[in-house]
Design a protein around this ligand. Structure first.
Ligand SMILES: [Zn+2]
Length: 447
């Protein structure tokens, strides 16, 4: 399997199974209900983990939660820890709603403080960091590879976190001394404060996956400065860190006002309530994970229509030519191309290949489609001559008898008898649809 790596801008081959694959994905900062764009990395990397597991890899997916941050202090002055706990619970409940299961670990920054402090101590001891008035900064000039991930020339990196106390405008905070109004803090050898955002992820990734792992994921908006800084910190303490950097494209809100609580965006909860998990998953399948995806009433309605089609498959005994399972696998092995895989699902649907469609949908956590069996019996035609093989096993002889009596009644235009016979057939669990030249017996079954 090959995945596009941001650092080398090339496709990198994963090793064959059962090589363990560790995946670290940057999660949300928790201070309000997460919007649907936050769900994209969750869904993409849950799918990837499911797929790698199905290939036989031993996968460990880590999706962190940033629960100490400026945004949380601002959102809930004086009660930031309580707000972070509450918003973490919302996030877990909302993402669980996709029905994809949950990551193997969802570490909290606030539960990784000892590891964060010891990593900063290491960076201070090696001269990669320095303290100023209780703050600790990373010394960008000490890390030769700075800018490699984001494509910045090291001498042209813009200033981050402006502060006159820094040695170099490019330096970024590893630790921030407590300011007025900040109610969550920890003691350290250099003063009371809280961690910077970037060091949290370096520490959580090492704690959960060790110093080296296969895949680091997150939205493309995190490449700079967040991931550039994570990489600088981790490599500076001697960790080889991620072998592949995967950056998902962003979700763009292109429609009108969509949310009561967030204005022009919609929360995960609102999307799941309004459209359902299946439609939301089909929506995410429509775009390649590296590309942007447009969210609007129209794109969601289109996804809903796709799901309605896929969720019911007319079983056929003989299939017109359609893609093989190997072709479906090939799409996913080639940089996890879900739009291509989705088009194969539609071709299986059109060809009535229920078993492959079911297996393909399951890869993305979509439920088994309802199998629809149909037999079209024309006037004067025997039922046995009209039924596909799969269906003949499912229709008892006495129902066939009733159907044939009803056809005979319709031919005579004896509609009273015809209606009575329809009711008896329905009572046996079968549907009848009338057409100008006969009737169709329909069985819908969820297997
Ligand atoms: Zn991160």
């Amino acid at each position: 399997m090959r995945l596009l790596d941001t650092l080398t801008d090339s496709l990198v081959e994963l090793p064959p199974p059962p090589e363990p694959i560790g995946i670290y994905v940057c999660g949300p900062t928790v201070y309000q209900r997460a919007h649907i764009g936050n769900a994209r990395p969750f869904v993409v990397f849950m799918w990837l983990a499911r797929w790698l597991r199905a290939r036989g890899h031993d996968v460990r997916l880590v999706h962190n939660i940033t629960d100490v941050n400026d945004k949380i202090y601002e959102a809930a002055p004086g009660r930031s820890a309580a707000r972070a706990r509450e918003a973490t619970a919302w996030y877990l409940e909302d993402t669980e709603g996709f029905g994809l299961g949950m990551p193997d670990a969802q570490p909290l920054a606030t539960e990784t403080i000892p590891e964060i402090i010891s990593m900063i101590e290491e960076l201070l001891a090696s001269g990669h960091a320095y303290t100023v008035d209780g703050d600790v900064y990373f010394r960008v000039a000490r890390f030769a590879g700075y800018g490699a991930l984001s494509g910045h020339r090291p001498d042209q990196v813009e200033e981050q976190e402006p502060s006159p106390a820094k040695e170099d405008p490019r330096d970024f905070a590893l630790w921030k001394a407590t300011k007025e109004g900040e109610d969550t803090s920890w003691e350290t050898p250099w003063g009371v404060g809280r961690p910077g955002w970037h060091i949290e992820c370096s520490a959580m990734a090492a704690k959960e996956l060790g110093p080296e792992f296969w895949i680091h994921g997150g939205g493309v908006d995190l490449v700079f400065p967040h991931h550039e800084n994570e990489r600088a910190q981790s490599l500076s303490v001697g960790h080889p860190f991620a072998r592949i950097w995967m950056h998902n494209g962003l979700l763009r809100f292109t429609g009108e006002k969509m949310s009561k609580s967030l204005g022009n965006v919609a929360t995960i909860r609102e999307v799941l309530d309004e459209w359902g998990a299946e439609t939301a998953l089909v929506f995410f399948l429509t775009a390649h994970w590296r590309k942007p995806i447009d969210f609007s009433e129209q794109t969601m309605a289109a996804a809903a229509a796709q799901w309605r089609r896929l969720s019911e498959v007319t079983v056929a005994d003989e299939h017109p030519p359609s893609p093989s399972w190997d072709e479906f696998v090939a799409c996913l092995e080639d940089d996890f191309n879900t739009p291509e895989a989705l088009s194969i699902l539609h071709r299986w649907h059109a060809a009535g290949v229920a078993d492959l469609l079911e297996r393909g949908l399951d890869v993305f956590g979509l439920p088994t489609p309802t199998r629809v069996h149909k037999a079209h019996v024309s006037f004067g035609m025997r039922f046995e001559d009209a039924v596909p093989g799969e269906m003949s096993r499912k229709v008892p002889a006495h129902v066939v008898e009733l159907l044939e009596q009803r056809l005979e009644a319709r031919r005579r235009r004896d509609y009273a008898t015809s209606d009575e016979l329809r009711a008896r057939i329905q009572a046996e669990g079968f549907e009848v649809e009338d057409t100008p030249d006969g009737s169709r017996l329909v069985i819908r079954e969820r297997e």
